[in-house]
Design a protein around this ligand. Structure first.
Ligand code: CU
Length: 161
């Protein structure tokens, strides 16, 4: 895994009700300033099914990278959870991961039945119609903050209900 020392800024195109914060690094301290290859990350389709469990919830979203360099999602946090972990699902068994790659010109998808976020040690119960604030931290790009809507427990994004 290569690590670049240059400071990169995130140009994020956001749709709908998403909110963005914290990617205003001016680039001071950049070693080269070339800017020729960096990740350009944006988030789409975030949602959380209203959890049936009192202490755990799942979350889903897609991170798109329009840039020419890969990046990595290295941690996730939320106002409603003591801890958010990232899981992959392989053959029906889920496994915690410490990071997920976001390929250049590619996507990282968290969806029902596949990769997912797990919100643990819930501080309050997410209710349908409300939103949850989720902060995504990356290896190279600045952090992204997403307002994740809480949907019904059986929400299916392909049908919209
Ligand atoms: Cu899991």
């Amino acid at each position: 895994m290569r690590r670049r020392t240059t400071v990169v800024t995130t140009a994020a195109a956001l749709a709908g009700a998403l909110a963005l914060a914290g990617c205003s690094d001016s680039g001071s301290g950049s070693a080269s300033g070339s800017g020729s290859s960096k990740a350009e990350l944006s988030v789409s389709g975030p949602y959380m099914p209203q959890p049936v469990s009192a202490d755990m919830a799942a979350g889903f979203l897609t991170i798109t990278n329009k840039g020419a360099a890969e990046d990595e999602l290295t941690s996730v946090s939320s106002d409603i959870a003591g801890q958010v972990t990232m899981h992959s699902t392989m053959g029906g068994a889920m496994q915690e991961q410490t990071s997920f790659a976001i390929p250049a010109h590619g996507q990282l998808v968290f969806k029902s039945g596949g990769n997912h976020l797990m919100f643990e040690k819930l501080k309050r119960q997410p209710k349908q119609g409300r939103t949850v604030t989720v902060k995504l931290t990356f290896a190279k790009s600045g952090p992204l903050t997403v307002e994740m809507p809480v949907k019904s427990a059986t929400y299916n994004p392909s049908t919209g209900h």
